[in-house]
Design a protein around this ligand. Structure first.
Ligand code: PEP
Ligand code: MN
Length: 343
């Protein structure tokens, strides 16, 4: 059940609806969009009828939720969700950009990249301290030492920090240091980790699994949402297909398809989607063109020396070029004529 409150509903009126739901043993979440407030109660209709709630003061309308992923579905919110990460709003009118190296390797490497990321006007720095690697012998990240360096970079360059949590055991450490916690593709169906992220106060960036359908991805988001964390951003990062010219296949059409089914913001990661530096910018721009709310892009000051994902890391000059071009594509889409064409 989705309870849409009137724009002028008072906090007391909201509290009264919540108290009624609570007295019926129903778990509910308040959802605040920029100009609307709604209450989502996934299983309320079994215990309470809409006509018990609809006459209450401050209530505009009660809508039944029919989608299987109740909290992630577009009809579970009065508007689109905007996730605020240290002042960068993901899902609003602006294109959100996140950049950084695949992993934190050293203070010098991190600070060099952080400096040009910040100078390019990007406000969110992403780098892994805990790295999920295909081979157990590959660089696994600096761990807690990497988190300390990320905290230093935040202070030094005034950047928000996005970094990955790979397991429940180290989630607390990552959560303390991060402004946004990434759940990587390989962990998209690690349900214990998703539930832990759902109990976090920090926004979550949920990557799509390399073999996950859109529906499975939304169910994964549902795990986070159902624990109470409403700040979830989806990130398409390529899926495994028989196409072997690139590391993965960027599923461009999933962006508008996901945005039709969910109120959550959707970003695109062209770096892991392609694995090839020469394909990153074209695919990033394609992501913006199909309506992505933001981009997550890997960049390194010396990609040839990178300890992970060097072949896909943009050189500093290319990263700066991408920021300008992505902004131009985004602005073009905001124009009245183009918007009218594809909406
Ligand atoms: C990463 O972001 O560096 C990463 C390992 O991504 P993914 O989970 O998409 O493979
Ligand atoms: Mn990487």
């Amino acid at each position: 059940m989705l309870i849409l409150m009137q724009p002028a509903a008072t906090p007391d009126q909201v509290a009264e609806v919540l108290a009624l739901l609570d007295s019926a043993g129903i778990r509910a979440h308040v959802h605040e969009a920029p100009d609307s407030l709604s209450i989502v109660a996934p299983h309320a209709s079994q215990a309470l009828k809409a006509d018990r709630i609809e006459p209450m003061a401050g209530v505009r309308r009660v809508v039944s939720l029919t989608s299987p992923y109740k909290l992630a579905s577009a009809d579970a919110a009065a508007g689109r969700t905007v996730v605020d990460v240290r002042g960068t709003r993901i899902g609003g009118p602006d294109l959100a950009l996140v950049g950084g190296p695949c992993g934190v390797e050293s203070r010098e490497q991190l600070f060099t990249v952080a400096r040009y990321v910040a100078e390019a006007g990007v406000k969110l720095l992403r780098a892994g301290a805990f790295k999920p690697r295909t081979s157990p012998y590959a660089f696994q990240g600096l761990g807690v030492e990497g988190l300390r360096l990320l905290e230093e970079a935040r202070r030094e360059f005034d950047l928000g920090i996005v970094t990955e949590a790979t397991e429940v055991e180290t989630f607390d450490d990552v959560e303390r240091s991060a402004d946004m916690v990434q759940i990587g593709a390989r962990n998209m169906q690690n349900f214990a980790l998703l539930r832990r992220a759902g109990r976090s106060e920090k926004p979550v960036l949920l990557k799509r699994g390399p073999a996950a359908t859109l529906e499975e991805w939304l169910y994964a988001a549902e795990y986070v949402l159902s624990e109470g964390n409403r700040q979830v951003v989806l990130c398409e990062r390529g899926i495994r297909t028989w196409s072997d010219h690139a590391r993965n296949t960027l599923d461009i059409s999933v962006v508008p398809a996901a945005k039709a089914l969910t109120h959550l913001p959707v970003m695109v990661d062209p770096s892991h989607a392609t694995g090839r530096r020469d394909l990153v910018i074209p695919c990033a721009l394609a992501g913006v063109a199909v309506g992505a709310d933001g981009l997550l892009v890997e960049t390194h000051c010396h990609p040839e020396k990178a300890l992970s994902d060097g072949p896909q890391a943009l050189l500093p000059s290319d990263f700066i070029r991408l920021v300008a071009q992505a902004g131009a594509v985004h602005r073009a889409l905001q124009g009245p004529s183009l918007t009218g064409l594809w909406m």
